[in-house]
Design a protein around this ligand. Sequence first.
Ligand code: PLP
Ligand code: COI
Length: 341
Amino acid sequence: MEKKNLDWANIGFGYRKTDKRYVANFKDGKWDNGALIDDDMITMSECACVLQYAQTCFEGLKAYTTEDGKIVCFRPDLNAQRMSDTCKRLEMPQLSVEQFVEGVKAVVKANEAYVPPFGSGATLYIRPYMFGINPVIGVKPATEYQFRIFSTPVGPYFKGDAKPITIKVSDFDRAAPHGTGHVKAGLNYAMSLHAIVTAHAEGYDENLYLDPATRTKVEETGGANFIFITKDNKVVTPKSDSILPSITRRSLMTVAKDYLGLEVEQREVYLDELKDFAECCLCGTAAVVTPVGKIVDHGKDICFPSGMEKMGPITKKLYDTLTGIQMCKIEAPEGWICEIK
Ligand code: PLP
Ligand code: COI
């Protein structure tokens, strides 16, 4: 299979149309078998539920080329399970884990020419998504849905060659108490658009959202969970009912405990205690492990001792071990790697 002639090292995190995508339709109470298609355009009623009432959700995962030329993806069953949880919350029909994973594999195989080579710094980003497609005007869920998966080659989510980023404590909330912050609903991201445009305009890379009920505790950013390292090397991650249960974060907590022998803790993290941590990073499929050098809380700088030049030492170990597992250089725990080709 001849690879596309792309500048893999500099493609950035953007959309590039690839050859095939997967589509399945839900009608009369059931999903069809789904198929790969060529057409990247979608035609629907002007009154489709997704257009009027934002009934849509998505997932994100990546395919990697390993050193010995295999193509693999990372824990796709957890993305399938999380999409099911999201669908329940949004009154959308659930898709089986099997159909989700088969769709992912089919899309990656069909777009093999776009899977970046090992060592290029790029990966194939896979975007499964579902939306209500039939016309709905009274506020109620759709009865017909489309599930699709496209893929696009991507580079790093944050520019700047893995240099630590700067985050602002946002005055906006991305989620509500008892809302949808814990699922991957498109509406959560619509909520965050004004906040991210504002943060970028002020020169920040991302927003830190506080818990929407008390605004005293750290939640997450618009697209990643937080991990903090204490001065005695404990790995701490915020616990909250309104943050997305990141698959990367759950995996990193296992890596920290079982591969690095570190103590791990998931607990409420107060804004007030950020100044006491030694390191901070963001984690997610797109963000991978991104070091955070500084958090700015309304003009007050919280600078982590790891600085603005490079990843802190524990963050680096987490990054190296996780990416080593994802690229099959380090043996993965049972069931983490899904071989595609
Ligand atoms: N938090 C939010 C709001 C996200 O959009 C994402 C990305 O999927 C994450 C966290 C990280 O989750 P994961 O590691 O499963 O990609
Ligand atoms: C992902 O990491 O897959 C996401 O969905 C986050 C988004 C900011 C791209």
